[in-house]
Ligand binder design. Structure first.
Ligand SMILES: Cc1cc2nc3c(=O)[nH]c(=O)nc-3n(C[C@H](O)[C@H](O)[C@H](O)COP(=O)(O)O)c2cc1C
Ligand SMILES: CC(C)CC(=O)C(=O)O
Length: 380
């Protein structure tokens, strides 16, 4: 049987196989071989990036306990496949809040893509479109949301918002995201203050270099730096609900008690996330926080997870433990730094192919077939 034919997708950056992309040969830090895994993409990116920029992307808060925990949590969970279910070639596509995606893997919002590639978020959006998945454009993007949308016609975009103390300014940013065609507003809730990443301090990386800026902060009067809002509260979610008809996704939920107030305010989806270990160190791994949040949501709204997803099998583990989809942050940046648009597309296509194969090997016809009884905690 073949597992490479089950899903139609837009674009042709990938091949549907997990084989190397020869055009990326020479980008790998390990030699002439093109990167074949997300980890190899990280090595390739590291070899190319200014060390200060690599550390900005890679680093986490404090002792990086949570950063390490995110990946380690996936290693502690094992998949328990079913056999002989006649599932056929699996589908990998999902629909989230009305947006179709070729796989249950989204591009998480990450800042400053032009530090990784001159085309920056334009290249990322084209890569997401080629793979047929959703890109969540960061408020801290180095390309304006309008220009990201124009660079990748047909791309499925959502917009991530840091609510600004100036609500009138916040509303103008929301209007720009709406006008650019973003289909959901992802409100980051885990950052009432900015986490301290000591790697940034060691490099003295405190601001974008000359020539780059947060283009979504421009407001006629010029670029403004992004403020974290310590006063952020549920009232702001009410205000945003009044402000926009876009579905609101709450990003950065870890405590199950925060689910009820979110549902009461009409939040359309939740993202279980610790911001890739970059905010409060020593919080649980995202995967470990997922089951309780998913149980509290009780399938009322989609639950997403990000943090530490590096393999297709990680995606299946998260889905089995209650997620409807996951998002990846750093891996897309590694693809971008290693090979621009092609590199980012390759990272996404590798994940899609890995998800497809893992679904087949688990006896699943689609992502929705995963259930909690298909994972076990490793006994070590
Ligand atoms: C370099 C970098 C920049 C980020 N910028 C943002 C951002 O602007 N807004 C946001 O909500 N989250 C941001 N995040 C967090 C990601 O959305 C996501 O939660 C995290 O990267 C997931 O972990 P992963 O990198 O292990 O996949 C950023 C993460 C990184 C690594
Ligand atoms: C510009 C920053 C606020 C972006 C961010 O969220 C991060 O670096 O984790």
């Amino acid at each position: 049987m073949t597992t490479g034919t089950g899903t139609a997708r837009a674009g042709g950056a990938g091949t549907g196989t997990a084989g190397p992309d020869a055009s990326l040969a020479g980008t790998s830090g390990a030699g002439a071989q093109p990167p074949l895994t997300l980890r190899e993409f990280e090595a390739a990116a590291r070899a190319r990036l200014d060390p200060a920029h690599y550390d900005y992307f890679a680093g986490g808060a404090g002792d990086e306990v949570t950063l390490r925990a995110n990946e380690a949590a996936f290693a502690r969970v094992a998949l328990l496949p079913r056999v002989l279910r006649g599932a056929g070639p699996p589908r990998t596509d999902v629909t989230l809040l009305g947006t179709a995606a070729s796989m249950p893997v989204l591009v998480a919002p990450t800042a400053f893509h032009r530090l990784a590639d001159p085309e920056g978020e334009r290249a990322t959006a084209r890569a997401a479109a080629a793979t047929g998945t959703i890109m969540i454009v960061s408020m801290a993007a180095t390309v304006a949301v309008e220009d990201v949308a124009a660079a990748a016609p047909g791309a499925a975009l959502w917009f991530q918002l840091y609510v600004q103390p100036d609500l009138a300014f916040t509303e103008r940013v929301v209007r720009r995201a709406e006008a650019a065609g973003c289909a959901a507003l992802v409100v980051t809730a885990d950052s009432p203050a900015r986490g301290v990443r000591e790697r940034e301090l060691r490099h003295g990386f405190l601001d974008l270099p000359d020539g780059l800026r947060c283009e979504n902060m421009r407001d006629g009067a010029g670029t403004r730096s992004i403020a974290m809002s310590p006063e952020l509260s549920w009232d702001h979610i009410d205000r945003l609900r009044e402000m926009t008809a876009l579905p609101i996704v709450l990003k950065g939920v870890l405590h199950p008690a925060d689910v009820r107030p979110a549902l009461d305010r009409g939040v359309a989806a939740l993202v279980v996330s610790n911001h890739g270990g970059r905010q409060l160190d020593a919080v649980p791994a995202a995967l470990d926080a997922l089951p309780a949040v998913a149980a509290a949501a009780g399938r009322a709204v989609p639950v997403l997870l990000d943090g530490g997803v590096r393999r297709g099998t990680d995606v299946l583990k998260a889905l089995a433990l209650g997620a409807d989809a996951v998002a990846v942050g750093r891996p897309v940046i590694w693809g971008l730094a290693a090979g621009g648009e092609r590199g980012a597309a390759r990272v996404l296509e590798l994940l899609r192919a890995e998800v497809e194969l893992a679904l087949a090997l688990c006896g699943c016809a689609s992502p929705g077939d995963l259930a909690p009884d298909m994972v076990v905690r490793r006994p070590w």
